[in-house]
Design a protein around this ligand. Sequence first.
Ligand SMILES: [Fe+2]
Ligand SMILES: [Fe+2]
Length: 204
Amino acid sequence: MPMNMEEVTMNNKFNIVDVLMLDHKYLKECIKVMKDDEEDKKVKLRIAKGFLDALAKHSLAEKRAVYAPLLKVKDLRKDIIEGEIEHGIVDAKVKMLTVKLTGLRSLGEELEIEMKVLAELLEHHIKEEEEEMFPKMKKDLDKVILNEMGFQFMKLRNFSEKDLRHYPKLQKEVTGLKKLGHRISGNFIAKVQKHVTAAGHHVG
Ligand SMILES: [Fe+2]
Ligand SMILES: [Fe+2]
């Protein structure tokens, strides 16, 4: 069934905070494995590869569908700038480690520690998003915007069939999104900013 915007925004299935929490849930499971010194190295390497892939996609979609449109929200501006700086550090590490792990059959000590450091950086970042940013987003933005933001995030997030094993709740939604391509709608950022200005939450 084709998806119309009214359906997206009214049924609350795509609320960005819920979608991000679900994506974070999988990332947190990976973080736990990366931080566990007792975990089997083979398991760790397998999970590390999935972790880097999910994190790269999460980061890109989050920066474009969430961070960029909210930069002018007074309440959120400092959190967004801080988050963007952290994304910069995390993304550089993800890029470097993806190259190093490609084709690797066993995880050496140094790479294992590199993965642990990445996991700890991300853990801090996710905690701030969940405890500081998300409550403000829920307070400042109305449901229509939160749902449309989740919809745009899902389009960009580009879940693979394999990813979806971790997200049973999103499976049906993602099937509908596949046909829409993986690009953010052109007028989306302007629409969020208009909403934020109208609600009096903008900077300046
Ligand atoms: Fe983030
Ligand atoms: Fe996030």
